[in-house]
Design a protein around this ligand. Structure first.
Ligand code: HEC
Ligand code: HEC
Length: 196
């Protein structure tokens, strides 16, 4: 058994699910198969309060920040490694007009592919997370947080988070666009090779 498995069950599973599949009711994201580099970087941000540092700004993310403050460096490494090896949950895929509108924004208009890849596979060298494992509900929630200055606080404090803030501003994306993007991204489940 991986040394982080018991720890995850004890400290994280009540929100993220036993298999790290996530829980939309709590806005807790899927962690299974996320990049280990991204997971550990986010745990450091939560620990330092760069993400979720102020309960008045974001009460939900502050729950996660409190969790991260209890984690030692060695434990963060083990958790990130363990989670990145788990299989992402299977989800039903919705293909509709919203997904088509989102596809145009993602692939062309806002060039999301330049950092997250054309099927949302992520890119460690840009510190851009995998998106194709996340639920539509979580994706829309996070885009709103970047737009409302709850995440990616400033170019100094959080340069990578700020890239998202800047992208959403530069392309003047709206809440409706976020919804469309979220629906589209949640259709990008499979690696390209497996896509029919
Ligand atoms: C009380 C519920 C709760 C617990 C317990 C919890 N989390 Fe979270 N976690 C969340 C929420 C909610 C978010 C999303 C925060 C946001 O909206 O920005 C999150 C986000 C994360 C992220 C960021 C993922 C991403 O895609 O950006 C990581 C990594 C993470 N949690 C790991 C853990 C680990 C590891 C543990 C156990 C040590 C843990 N969490 C325990 C609620 C929780
Ligand atoms: C310049 C590179 C870049 C571009 C362009 C970009 N992103 Fe990101 N994105 C990032 C980085 C880096 C992060 C991680 C931010 C952090 O550390 O908090 C991120 C995070 C996210 C997250 C949060 C995922 C999670 O697990 O919490 C979502 C959702 C997202 N991006 C969607 C998009 C969409 C949709 C677009 C196009 C409108 C886009 N991104 C364009 C770099 C980029």
């Amino acid at each position: 058994m991986h040394p982080a498995k018991a720890l995850f069950k004890e400290k994280c599973a009540q929100c993220h699910g036993l298999n790290a599949e996530g829980n939309d009711l709590l806005n807790a994201p899927t962690l299974a198969s996320q990049s280990s580099l991204y997971i550990s970087e986010q745990l450091h941000k939560f620990k330092k309060g760069i993400r979720g540092g102020d309960a008045k700004v974001d009460a939900v993310a502050s729950l996660m920040s409190q969790q991260a403050k209890t984690l030692q460096e060695s434990v963060i490494k083990l958790l990130a490694q363990y989670l990145s090896k788990l299989e992402a949950p299977k989800r039903g895929v919705v293909e509709n007009e919203s997904a088509q509108a989102g596809e145009k924004i993602y692939q062309k208009q806002a060039n999301c592919i330049s950092c997250h890849g054309d099927y949302g596979q992520g890119n460690d060298s840009m510190k851009a997370p995998k998106l194709n494992i996340l639920s539509a509900s979580y994706i829309a929630a996070e885009l709103n947080k970047f737009a409302k200055n709850q995440r990616g606080l400033s170019a100094d404090k959080d340069p990578h988070g700020y890239l998202m803030v800047k992208t959403l501003k530069d392309y003047a994306l709206s809440e409706k666009n976020f919804k469309d993007l979220a629906v589209y991204i949640s259709t990008l489940r499979k690696p390209k090779e497996e896509k029919k």
